[in-house]
Write a new protein. Sequence first.
Lengths: 403, 403
Amino acid sequence: MALIVQKYGGTSVGDIDRITNVANKVAKTRKNGHDVLVVVSAMRGETNRLLTLANEIDARHSPRELDVLLSTGEQVTIALLAMALQKIGCPARSYTGGQVHILTDSAHTKARIVDIDAARVRQDLADGQVVVVAGFQGIDESGNITTLGRGGSDTTAVALAAALNADECQIYTDVDGVYTTDPRVVPEARRLDLLTYEEMLEMASLGAKVLQLRSVEFASKYNVPVRVLSSFEEGDGTLITVEDEEMERPVISGVAFNRDEAKLTILGVPDRPGIAFNILGPIADENIEVDMIIQNVAEDSTTDFTFTVHRNDYEKALDRLQRIAKELGAREVIGDKRIVKVSIIGVGMRSHAGVASAMFKALSDEGINIQMISTSEIKISVVVDEKYLELSVRALHNEFNLA
Amino acid sequence: MALIVQKYGGTSVGDIDRITNVANKVAKTRKNGHDVLVVVSAMRGETNRLLTLANEIDARHSPRELDVLLSTGEQVTIALLAMALQKIGCPARSYTGGQVHILTDSAHTKARIVDIDAARVRQDLADGQVVVVAGFQGIDESGNITTLGRGGSDTTAVALAAALNADECQIYTDVDGVYTTDPRVVPEARRLDLLTYEEMLEMASLGAKVLQLRSVEFASKYNVPVRVLSSFEEGDGTLITVEDEEMERPVISGVAFNRDEAKLTILGVPDRPGIAFNILGPIADENIEVDMIIQNVAEDSTTDFTFTVHRNDYEKALDRLQRIAKELGAREVIGDKRIVKVSIIGVGMRSHAGVASAMFKALSDEGINIQMISTSEIKISVVVDEKYLELSVRALHNEFNLA
């Protein structure tokens, strides 16, 4: 007998039929002899309906009040799911985030979980109840309702699994696991059985948006095995867990890509301490998030500095960068919106030499020019012209035998 | 400077425009120098929408889970109203029932308020905030969400006014006060400026359903002045308060009536101790509420026993009563669905002799036969054939100079 935490997202609880379907899945897990705690999101469309109401009143609504409003979405789902479970003879109790003491900081609309007091939940589980908890929400020290931001239900599930020392945290979604790459680009893409937290973190941040990034960090920190599964199809999904020393790992687990990037370069910047901050500080002040950052060694007494931003922020960043260039006495600012980032990810590359050169050769064989390169321990990313996206991904998927 | 509690019902907060209208009314009260706490209901239609969802899952849903579900209705309104107040420059904070510690018993869907810890609310008011509280809901000792039943927001408002020792509790609704009788029956009906708690209790229970009965009991117990006003029109409404010794009261304050009654009589029941319980016990066990009860003095060794029930319960009560009659050896059961109850109410009748005879004469002058009579300290009710309803009410309204 194990303790399983299951999380069902908005699509999985999108209407009464689907909530009934979730109840059946939960009951089946219980029949297999396991204790179950379920975390649910708001019914699909509900959060947007509430946001529209708020915006009709005031586009600059207070974050505290927005949290009071939005947290009702999950509260509706927990009550309905508990009713659906009871109807099929499965004892169940629902709780809001506040009721199970999911204590967060006070950063409304993007709060972070600080602590969970799982005593009450533990008692209910011991009494044979299925416990249904509202995802995405908590309370701060003063008892104010907070929310964890979009996708925060994943984090709720992982945090509860950690607090309860659960055997597995199962994230039910509309895909049946994590793939070697996007099957729409490479039809031979294959579902991965196993992935490490680090690999999943690199995957998620690169656009394979199956799981919320923060929930993976949380899982990694507390060592919670996380399984991504489909709500609508049977299957084992993908298990995300700590790296197993005894396991032979493939060199590369997947090829990720991101279409939404744009690059900006400031040329001929005086090469002196603090220059990176002088450039990126004002960009951050504009609330523009920067992804890749590359600074090459200086020639003469000047250097070139390149970074990528979300494509939607390109014009704003370009405008700001031109003013920065004037202030710093830089030579020129150039940019390109028609780029994509392609990455290979795998913990296996740590123990295998020549992964980078194999990657570069595969791209070169297809005549693809690499514009930027950035590497981490378990990931190599390149920026290429957007017209080469599909070709690059297929070439790399093939090169590392992922099919 | 006074502390005012204002309550706005579902129609008053039925859409975004109306919520904005409520915000303006609250802001106006504040500009007049008063502290304001606002209690709101769910937006009109929302509670029914949620009930439909619950019934789609399971018609016999758990009361605990229903409370989790329904309490979201008011939570949406508090957030939206707080946003609307902030938008017009009025600092505001919203709270659920649980957050302001509206402690109730554990009778889900019909809980009773046990205690309120108003410390947090008091602090916010002292800080210059408008406090917006969700009506209709609380928590029990174990932290479970409870609801007070339909119309419970009135009780929330009165209870908060009592806990805060507020100067007045204003109930905003879609009528502009309490009338001497229903203006649809008597066009000359007049809005009452002043009414005692006792009179309002008799009014409310007789069908002038402006205020929830329990909230008036609460107001009477804690001596909270309650004012009924219109959300949509200006005016002073009706103030409901304790009887003022120095005030000259009219003999009769109003004429109430109830169309929904039916009467049942069991004839020739053995006249012995416990017979009333033997008759009404089984009726109560069927969840049938009994209104008037009349037992006349016995002739021979048998007596006749008459009571009224809601017209919807007539057939069920008749069926049950026939079985009771057989068990008790009574002679016969008769009943009539085509009756109405008409009452005159007024604390003034305590000090005026002859009110009852004036009432009976007025009805007799119109040729109206009285079928049953029941009296209390401040009320006289008669049952008449339903075809005489309008005529009776007009005759009594005229007799006691209420126009």
